[in-house]
Design a protein around this ligand. Structure first.
Ligand SMILES: N[C@@H](CCC(=O)N[C@@H](CS)C(=O)NCC(=O)O)C(=O)O
Length: 196
């Protein structure tokens, strides 16, 4: 059992937001009990522990208030387990920059996939695909800057942005194949994109 006592994670196996919390629990070797939610019949535990959004993930432990929202849960785990697989840099300014990109991924990049799914007309879909590709290029450039020639955003090891973006990559591949486009294309030109 972790020093946080028994931990329950309310989740859904196919949710990327839940998966990112699972990545972090595993990276930090924190044991937890996974409780699968049925969205058509949400549990009383979910409704009472996240009464505002009624969404997963929710982390529940000991007598503390439940922790909701994936990035808030990850920040919480980073604060409670700072010495095991540190995900964020020590400098507050560097942390702020990383969190800016996490915000970009969650609010500017991934929601376009939901809009693509709901847009029925071909023209609307093509415009969204173009925006997704543009924003993925911004992320690719960010990756080049942070990884500094190493395999991860975090450098030699998995960092915060690897977890935040990584949980979506299965979905982006699936939706890309289904809609016949590719976000990470080795021949696409992006090097002139001015960002930094
Ligand atoms: N911003 C939230 C998003 C969580 C979210 O969208 N969860 C979905 C599963 S992928 C959910 O619980 N959906 C159930 C519902 O909306 O009724 C986070 O980062 O935790």
């Amino acid at each position: 059992m972790s020093e946080m006592g028994e931990i329950k994670l309310l989740g859904a196996a196919a949710s990327p937001f839940v998966n990112r919390v699972q990545f972090v629990l595993n990276l930090k070797s924190i044991k937890y009990e996974f409780m699968e939610e049925d969205f058509d019949n949400k549990s009383e535990l979910l409704l009472t522990s996240n009464p505002v959004f009624k969404r997963v993930p929710v982390l529940i432990h000991s007598n503390k208030p439940p922790v909701c929202e994936s990035l808030i849960i990850i920040d919480y785990l980073e604060e409670t387990h700072p010495d095991v697989h540190k995900l964020l840099p020590s400098d507050p300014a560097d942390r702020a920059v990383i969190r800016f990109w996490a915000y970009y991924i969650d609010n500017e990049f991934f929601p376009l996939y939901g809009r693509l799914r709901k847009t029925p007309d071909k023209e609307g879909k093509e415009a969204l695909k173009k925006q997704i590709i543009e924003r993925s290029q911004v992320l690719e450039k960010t990756f080049v800057k942070f990884s500094n020639g190493k395999p991860y955003f975090g450098g030699d090891d998995v960092g915060y942005l690897d977890v935040v973006l990584g949980c979506f990559l299965g979905w982006t591949k699936f939706v890309g194949n289904y809609n016949n486009f590719k976000i990470l294309d080795e021949v696409r030109q992006w090097r002139n994109l001015k960002l930094f």
